[in-house]
Design a protein around this ligand. Structure first.
Ligand code: F0G
Length: 457
């Protein structure tokens, strides 16, 4: 008999989580004005709001916490982090920041000017925010197939080379860099192939434009290259990572994802002018060049996390668990962005709740139903997140209404995943009874999803 799959770790410390009753949850979500961000975490049984900063550190990372060096300047822990990053990516300049969006802030403060255009593949919200805040444009050049949730493509996060080439032609002289997000979070945690990265590099070379990677989930991207792209089956994750970064001029990183730490980030590059320019903003906004908003112990744990996060055994556990959720949803006939991504399953809410009108927030309604069913918290990627048009102030109704179920790293067991899938099936089974959703009673002019207040429509 073949031995069944099992994780390549055992558990040394546990944290209790609490089941609740439906009556309790009805009260709590009403008090939270039907906003999942407003729920106390104690009221959540399985929390799939995000995979960012929510992972479990290893014994070796905790050991690094104990031996971290807290010197203001020249800390040993910074050197450790610097050396691991250089060894993995080939980038010799490393600017630490407190998290990913801070790396965007310090670099974009140096590079982005009003009227610029920055092409990429589905820029993450904060990336887009930092571009638009500077009165520049984030131009999405993702392949069109990414919007069809039922289409199975191995690299659904890819850049469309034709769209990129045209964008660089049309905006000549006005593009400070191209940004590629690996994996493509917004498109469903979908990977970008090495071939696509190479094509993007060639197009950038042709137009003489530098290339930046938003690298929050670069190791998960490398896993998909190893398992799906011809010629990479026998390479190690670390070899693939090195090859990926050899195609870029720099990287921003939210270490809360693939470095498996609770807080941290950095910008890394070989371009001296980028490092020099952004380090001024680093010192002003984050901290001195050798800590940038992080404690020494956190930098040391980050270094260790990067080494573990780029191990194949870890990545197959991690991405295997996301796939398990996808497989269970397949079994129950519940549609989601196919194939399963690296960090999350994005449930296609329009298909799950066909009777809820779009004005009544379809994906949010599904998120609330799932919470009421079993205390599982996901996050809406739909009308609330899309916000209003800045000029007309009308609601923007995106083509896709998704409920993202992001899986924290090394945190939940496969049994928790089974609970999530079963809860979703129960909601799906009574989809014909769910005919109405929610309406907005109070909202902020920007980033409304975090604080919006709703009531039943
Ligand atoms: N880039 C990507 C692709 C991200 O997914 C995130 C964060 C960031 C940048 C910003 O990093 O949070 O450390 O400042 N994504 C989280 C999420 C919040 O839930 O997907 P940060």
């Amino acid at each position: 008999m073949n031995l069944p799959f099992s994780e390549s770790f055992r558990i040394k410390m546990v944290e209790a989580i609490h089941r609740s009753t439906r009556e309790e949850r009805e009260k709590w979500i009403k008090e939270a004005k039907y906003n999942l961000f407003a729920l106390a975490s104690d009221y959540v049984f399985i929390d799939l709001l995000t995979d960012s900063g929510t992972g479990a550190m290893s014994d070796r990372q905790w050991a690094e916490i104990m031996t971290g060096d807290e010197s203001y300047a020249g800390a040993r822990s910074f050197k450790k982090m610097h050396d691991v990053i250089e060894q993995l990516t080939g980038f010799k300049y490393v600017l630490p920041t407190h998290q990913g969006r801070a790396a965007e802030n310090v670099l974009f403060s140096h590079l982005v000017k009003a009227g610029n255009v920055i092409p990429g593949n589905s820029h993450f919200d904060t990336t887009k925010g930092h571009i638009e805040f500077r009165k520049a444009e984030a131009l999405d050049c993702t392949i069109s197939e990414a919007a069809d949730t039922q289409k199975e493509l191995p690299f659904k996060g890819n850049v469309d080379p034709q769209k990129l080439d045209t964008a660089l032609e049309n905006h000549k002289g006005n593009v400070p860099f191209v940004i590629v997000t690996i994996t493509n979070n917004t498109a469903g945690g979908q990977p970008v192939s090495m071939q696509n990265l190479r094509e993007v590099r060639e197009i950038c070379n042709k137009h003489n434009i530098p290339l930046l990677f938003d690298s929050a989930r670069f190791a998960e991207n490398a896993y998909f290259i190893k398992t799906r792209e011809k010629g990479y089956e026998n390479k190690t994750i670390k070899e693939i990572v090195r090859e990926m970064f050899s195609l870029a001029d720099g990287m921003t990183m939210s270490a809360k994802k693939d470095a498996i730490v609770n807080i941290g980030g950095f910008f890394a590059t070989n371009k001296e002018d980028w490092y020099e320019g952004s380090s001024i903003f680093g010192i002003m906004n984050e901290g001195f060049l050798t800590y940038g908003g992080m404690a020494g112990r956190d930098m040391a744990a980050l270094a260790q996390g990067l080494l573990e996060g780029t191990e194949m055994s870890y990545l197959s556990d991690r991405i295997g668990q996301v796939k398990l959720l996808g497989d269970l949803l397949d079994e129950y006939g519940i549609p989601y962005q196919r194939p399963a991504g690296g960090h999350a399953i994005f449930v296609d809410a329009k298909k799950v709740l066909p009777n809820v009108p779009k004005e009544q927030l379809i994906a949010q309604t599904l998120g609330i139903e799932l919470y009421l069913e079993a205390g599982v918290r996901g996050v809406e990627i739909g009308t609330l997140l899309a916000d209003r048009d800045p000029i007309t102030r009308e609601n923007r109704f995106p083509e896709l209404e998704l409920l993202r179920l992001a899986i924290p790293r090394r945190t939940y067991t496969d049994n928790h995943i089974r609970v999530v899938a079963a809860a979703l099936k129960n909601v799906f089974d009574r989809r014909n009874e769910i005919k109405s959703g929610y309406k907005i009673v109070k909202e902020k002019p920007i980033m409304r999803h975090f604080t919006v207040e709703l009531e039943r429509a």
